[in-house]
Design a protein around this ligand. Structure first.
Ligand code: DGL
Length: 265
C-alpha cells in the first residue's frame, strides 16, 4: 500500500509530514516536478501538461492513492486527473471556508496567501464567491516565496523583511486569520507566528487534507496497514542533490512538528 504525493517542489512535504504522523503504517512515493518548479508564475496550459506528465509517471511506479499536495496543481488539473484515473485522489484548496467560519463572530478580515496562478484561476474565484458572504476575504500573491523555500532560505531576518514589505500596506488589526494557500508556505509558519500580532491565527489545509485522505481510504476499503512509513523520493529533473534536499526539508518539518507538539502539551 503506497500513497503518492505530488507537488512542483518541496511544498508537498508539509502535507506528507502530516500524513506520516497519521499513517506510520503506510509507504509513500513523493514526486517533485523539479524541472518546472515554480508553477505559480507560469501559464496555466503549460503547467497542466507538466502535471499530467508527472502524475502519469507516478502511476507507472505504482501507487494506490494520490494526494495532489499543491493548491496550484489542484486548481488546474484535479478534474482531469479524476477523469483519467480511478484510484482515490485528494486535492487541496486554500482553507478559505474554515477561515471565514472562524471569523464569523468577530467580523475580522481573512487574508489568503497563495501563488499568483491559484489566485487568478476560476476555481479560487468560485470558492470565494461561495463562502465569503460577509465580504471579508482579501488575497495576496507571494510569487517570490516558493523561490525562497526551494533554496531553503529560512533565515529569520531575511524572511521577516520580506513579509514586512509584503504586508506594509495592510492594517493587521483588521485581520483575524491568515490562510496559507500554497503548500510551500507552512515552512514559514514559525517565522510568521513570531512576527505577526498574536491575535492573528495562521491556518493551512494540511490537517484537513490528511483527514480527507483517511476518509477516502476508508471508503475504498484500503485503510489498514500495508507499509512501514517508508518514503521514496522522485523528481523530474536529474539533479541527485534534490533528493538530499527533500530529505533535509522533511526532517526539518518533522522536527518543527514535534517541537510545537511538545510546546502545546
Ligand atoms: N506548492 C504549490 C502550491 O501549493 C505550488 C508552488 C509553485 O510551484 O508555484 O500552490
Amino acid at each position: 500500500m503506497r500513497i503518492g504525493f505530488f507537488d512542483s517542489g518541496i511544498g508537498g512535504l508539509t502535507v506528507l509530514a502530516e500524513a506520516l504522523r497519521r499513517f506510520p503504517d503506510k509507504d509513500f512515493l513523493y514526486m517533485a516536478d523539479t524541472l518546472h518548479v515554480p508553477y505559480g508564475t507560469k501559464p496555466e496550459a503549460d503547467v497542466k501538461a507538466y502535471i499530467l506528465e508527472s502524475v502519469a509517471r507516478m502511476m507507472g511506479e505504482g501507487i494506490d492513492a494520490l494526494v495532489v499536495a499543491c493548491n496550484t496543481a489542484t486548481s488546474i488539473a484535479i478534474t482531469e486527473l479524476r477523469e483519467r484515473y480511478s484510484l482515490p485522489i485528494v486535492g487541496m484548496e486554500p482553507a478559505v471556508k474554515p477561515a471565514v467560519e472562524m471569523n464569523r463572530a468577530t467580523g475580522k478580515r481573512v487574508l489568503v496567501f497563495a501563488t499568483p496562478l491559484t489566485l487568478q484561476l476560476p476555481k479560487y474565484y468560485a470558492l470565494v464567491s461561495r463562502v465569503d458572504d460577509m465580504g471579508i476575504v482579501d488575497s495576496l500573491p507571494l510569487p517570490e516565496l516558493v523561490h525562497y523555500c526551494e533554496s531553503l532560505q529560512f533565515d529569520k531576518s531575511i524572511m521577516n523583511e520580506y513579509f514586512r514589505a509584503k504586508l506594509a500596506s495592510y492594517d493587521l488589526n483588521q485581520y483575524g486569520i491568515i490562510v496559507l494557500g500554497c503548500t510551500h508556505y507552512p515552512f514559514y509558519k514559525n517565522i510568521l507566528r513570531e512576527m505577526l500580532p498574536a491575535h492573528i491565527e495562521i491556518v493551512d489545509g494540511n490537517v484537513g487534507t490528511v483527514k480527507r485522505l483517511s476518509a477516502l481510504l476508508n471508503r475504498y476499503g484500503i485503510a489498514e496497514g500495508g507499509g512501514s512509513g517508508d518514503v521514496h523520493f522522485m523528481c523530474t529533473g536529474n539533479e541527485p542533490a534534490y533528493k538530499d534536499k527533500m530529505q533535509t526539508a522533511l526532517a526539518l518539518l518533522l522536527e518543527q512538528n514535534s517541537v510545537s507538539e511538545t510546546l502545546s502539551t
